[in-house]
Design a protein around this ligand. Structure first.
Ligand SMILES: Cc1cc2nc3c(=O)[nH]c(=O)nc-3n(C[C@H](O)[C@H](O)[C@H](O)COP(=O)(O)O)c2cc1C
Length: 249
């Protein structure tokens, strides 16, 4: 009988211990479930540290991947390249001019404005005198003697230009001798030359033919003449001339 009670008590104790062990395991499982739910909640609300970083990263990715931005940049770059090709490679232009009292310079500026050409001013190494009457004599002597006054500076790589606008005042029904220095200094073979001139009334005289003789392998176009009294407002005359030559922008 004693042995029976011992066996019974052992069974009851064993059952109780087993029941306690199951409770512990279930509470552990519930805790994990709560933790996972909380984590899920945080994930949805973006409260966790990882989620705080995520929104910062995403816009960067979106911005970089936005197609609207890249084509804009591409088309701007392409337009620039097209313009460079049009101006820089297909029709590079240079305006070369000499001007003693500013009339020819006014025409040169108008051509530069309307064509976007580069510009080189022919400046004598030794400046001409300021006195008009004295200059008349000096210029007459230079022409008589065939003088070639030196030019200050030089044009780098003149062969890069397709067209050169060459401007000068009419001096004694001719170009100033320093223009002869210019044509002697550069080989303009294959380049188109567009002469322009200002004068008191003589017009271009024989200057266009002279340039054709000096640069036989250049194409010398019809020249533009503007009277000195009209030189201050040359825009429309320049526009018409460029249009007649097919050189308007
Ligand atoms: C030395 C000299 C000679 C000139 N010879 C002539 C000429 O033969 N025929 C003419 O119409 N004008 C003549 N002129 C006037 C200039 O051609 C005219 O004033 C021109 O517009 C000046 O241009 P610039 O201001 O660019 O120097 C002469 C002027 C100078 C200074």
């Amino acid at each position: 009988m004693k042995r029976f009670f011992c066996v019974m008590i052992s069974c009851v104790l064993l059952f109780s211990l087993t029941a306690c062990g199951n409770d512990g395991t279930e509470r552990g499982t519930e805790s994990e479930a709560v933790n996972e739910a909380a984590a899920g909640q945080q994930a949805e609300e973006g409260e966790g540290p990882d989620m705080e970083k995520q929104p910062e990263a995403e816009p960067e990715t979106d911005t970089a991947g936005q197609p609207a931005t890249e084509p804009e940049a591409d088309s701007a770059g392409q337009a620039g390249a097209d313009m460079a090709a049009a101006k820089g490679e297909e029709n590079r232009a240079l305006v070369v001019y000499f001007s003693w009292s500013g009339n020819t310079e006014s025409i040169a500026n108008a051509i530069v404005e309307q064509t976007g050409a580069d510009v080189f001013e022919i400046v004598p190494e030794e400046a001409y005198i300021d006195d008009y009457n004295a200059l008349l004599d000096i210029a007459a002597q230079e022409k008589e003697k065939g003088v070639r006054p030196a030019i200050a500076g030089s044009i780098e790589d003149i062969a890069q230009y397709d067209i050169i606008y060459v401007g000068f005042p009419n001096w004694w029904s001719d170009m100033p001798m320093i223009l002869y220095t210019f044509f002697d200094s550069y080989d303009l073979s294959g380049i188109t030359i567009a002469p322009f001139c200002t004068s008191g009334g003589s017009g271009l005289s024989g200057t266009v033919d002279s340039i054709r003789e000096l640069e036989p392998d250049a194409e010398v176009l019809d020249g533009l003449h503007i009277g000195s009294s009209s030189a201050a407002e040359p825009d429309s005359a320049v526009t018409d001339w460029l249009g007649s030559l097919g050189l308007a922008e």
